[in-house]
Design a protein. Structure first.
Length: 249
């Protein structure tokens, strides 16, 4: 669990599971795999299995000890809906979210098929934001799966964006994040892909967050789009009174 996350659209991370397996093009240069292997090499106990799927029961109740309200990204180093994660454990994670109403929890998955299968078994907490990754147009089916859930806030992570997505069904979507791939072997993201998505969001009045251009030197490439930063986040889903919301729309 980490406070002060380097991920631009969250504040902290909580990893009750670590490790994953690759299922689509966005996984090819997985940042989490690189980090997991590095942490394994220095003897970090939670990464003793490297990037093999590992469940951490000892971390399950960590958010309950965080008394300061945080926006928490769940499983930045894994996928909660991975086929090897027991359904009972997934439901336990949601119960911890329910018991921590002072936090906002963000869950992101590429495994939208499993999400749909167990959706009816989840008692969706109001402080849970649920997202799917759509790195290319041919993975847009994940959006329709997301729309079938009862999550209070639904969002899209178009990162790494690997091609144009000329039509986004934003009817049930509360937030869109776009970002380029970073690190070794990073693939190019074209500006036109980004501006088209931004314009779709503006037309639909959907908050738009531009995370980064990416590339091997991510920070050097920056995160300005047409000379400005786009840090919009949804007001919906913030249940904590008097909480400052950066650049909300």
């Amino acid at each position: 669990m980490s406070i002060n996350s380097n991920i631009e659209w969250t504040e902290a991370t909580w990893n009750p599971t670590t490790g994953c397996t690759k299922i689509s093009e966005g996984c090819r240069n997985c940042y989490a795999e690189r980090i997991a292997k590095r942490l394994q090499a220095i003897g970090n106990y939670n990464y003793r299995n490297g990037f093999n799927l590992t469940i951490h029961y000892h971390l399950l109740e960590k958010p309950l000890a965080w008394k300061k309200p945080q926006i928490i990204f769940v499983n930045s180093m894994s996928d909660l809906f991975h086929e090897s994660v027991p359904e009972a454990f997934i439901l336990e994670v949601f119960e911890i979210i329910r018991q921590s109403p002072w936090h906002v929890f963000q869950i992101l998955t590429k495994r939208s098929e499993r999400l749909v299968k167990i959706n009816s078994k989840i008692n969706w907490p109001k402080n849970c934001w649920l997202g799917v990754t759509v790195e290319r147009e041919d993975y847009s089916f994940r959006i329709s799966h997301l729309a079938q859930t009862q999550a209070n806030v639904k969002f899209l992570s178009l990162e790494p964006l690997l091609g144009p997505i000329p039509y986004l069904d934003l009817k049930w979507i509360d937030w869109v994040i776009v970002g380029g791939e970073s690190g070794p072997g990073a693939r190019i993201m074209k500006k036109g892909w980004v501006t088209d998505i931004r314009d779709q969001c503006l037309a639909a009045e959907t908050p738009f967050f531009f995370k980064q251009w990416g590339g091997f030197h991510r920070k050097k490439a920056g995160r300005l789009l047409d000379g400005q930063s786009w840090d919009q986040i949804p007001k919906k889903g913030f249940l904590m009174p008097n909480r400052p919301i950066k650049a909300a729309v």
